[in-house]
Design a binder for this molecule. Sequence first.
Ligand code: CAA
Length: 285
Amino acid sequence: MTGKIGTVGIIGAGQMGGGIAHVAAQAGYKVRLYDISADKIESGLATINGNMARQVSSGKMDEEARKAALANITSTPVLEDLAGVDLVIEAATEDETVKRKIFAQLCPILNPEALLATNTSSISITRLAAQTDRPERFIGIHFMNPVPVMKLVELVRGIATEDTTFETAKHFVASLDKTITVAEDFPAFIVNRILLPMINEAIYTLYEGVGSVEAIDTAMKLGANHPMGPLQLADFIGLDTCLSIMQVLHDGLSDTKYRPCPLLVKYVEAGWLGRKSGRGFYDYR
Ligand code: CAA
């Protein structure tokens, strides 16, 4: 038996949380999108609106479906408004302290039967679950960016995750028309374990002067058929997120091959976080 999901709470209206809200609402779920910042909610909703409008103009969605999907989303800056949802997906900053604080505030609000999922791209599901009151109903549901476009979702069980939680999460993800890959609970799971060292190596290639930003990205786009060059992709993911993932790999696997490139550290210290801050390896201002 798997539980039935009707209403989904999403924590974080950034690029991942907004994208998850988009696909869940499009699949017919009632979505409550929470963010502590009213500005983030506003820009998250504007992005969802814009992306759905693009889907309509390219014939991937009809106008009626767009209206229905948008009507499925309500937003709130009040965490208590997530009371009564069947599933919460946390998509806040990739910072364990931030996530831990959110779970501590959230758990007493939720129905005891509600499932709790995290969209973490690297942090241990077992450790995050242990900080909640429901490790058996806790799971990693890791979407890829941009969520409306990317087909893959990684499902990651913690050591205590019950079979019913896993099956419910699996049905939920399948209902979003995504393909599931099951990953074991190791640092950064599958996609980021492979992708982020490649991006980090591209940054080392720049740092050591092997090639310019344009040369590196062109080389990988035309030489390896990647849809985006690694530096452009790093800007797209967010350099702070890239650094957090490399730190999780470095700390969790204790291998110097995962050492974050000093240039990546410097960019993050400068506040050059990629597209979202207006500057990264490219200038978006
Ligand atoms: N949100 C929603 N839809 C978007 C979008 C966004 N941010 N960006 C592009 N799209 C849609 C476009 O509307 C377009 O849809 P239609 O076909 O319906 O018109 C489609 O995607 C293709 O877009 P474009 O023609 O504008 O551009 P493109 O062909 O260059 O594709 C891309 C853009 C899909 C982002 C492509 O460059 C790509 O696949 N890049 C790599 C993305 C990637 O590797 N993602 C994984 C990141 S790692 C991750 O997410 C894990 C993590 O934890 C960090």
